[in-house]
Ligand binder design. Structure first.
Ligand SMILES: [Zn+2]
Length: 101
């Protein structure tokens, strides 16, 4: 049986009677748009070329960049609820003030 652990509270998620929530985070820096498009085209062509040559490697897509972050986290139902209340981890008092609006 596969055991999942909540990435927030580190409790084990018993998928037999609990729902496991997956949070996917994809952060990118907001770079100049025209430049980004140009780079995307180049990357795409290079990728296609590598595929044609049969040397495509899954690592190529995982190009690590300091300004971007990909994350995938498991959450238990309780942490999922807390996450929805405050997805950006804002100060608790600020979040409270916001919800009292
Ligand atoms: Zn949790």
């Amino acid at each position: 049986m596969i055991h999942y652990t909540c990435d927030r509270c580190k409790r084990q998620i018993n998928i037999a009677d609990q729902t496991r929530y997956i949070v996917q985070i994809d952060i990118r820096s907001a770079v100049d748009h025209s430049q980004e498009e140009l780079e995307d085209d180049i990357d795409h062509l290079a990728e296609l070329h590598q595929m044609l040559e049969g040397i495509a490697d899954s690592d190529i897509e995982e190009e690590s960049c300091e300004s971007s972050h990909h994350g995938r986290y498991d959450l238990c139902p309780e942490c999922h609820r807390q996450f929805l209340k405050n997805p950006l981890g804002r100060d608790a008092t600020l979040a409270l003030g916001f919800s009292n609006n």
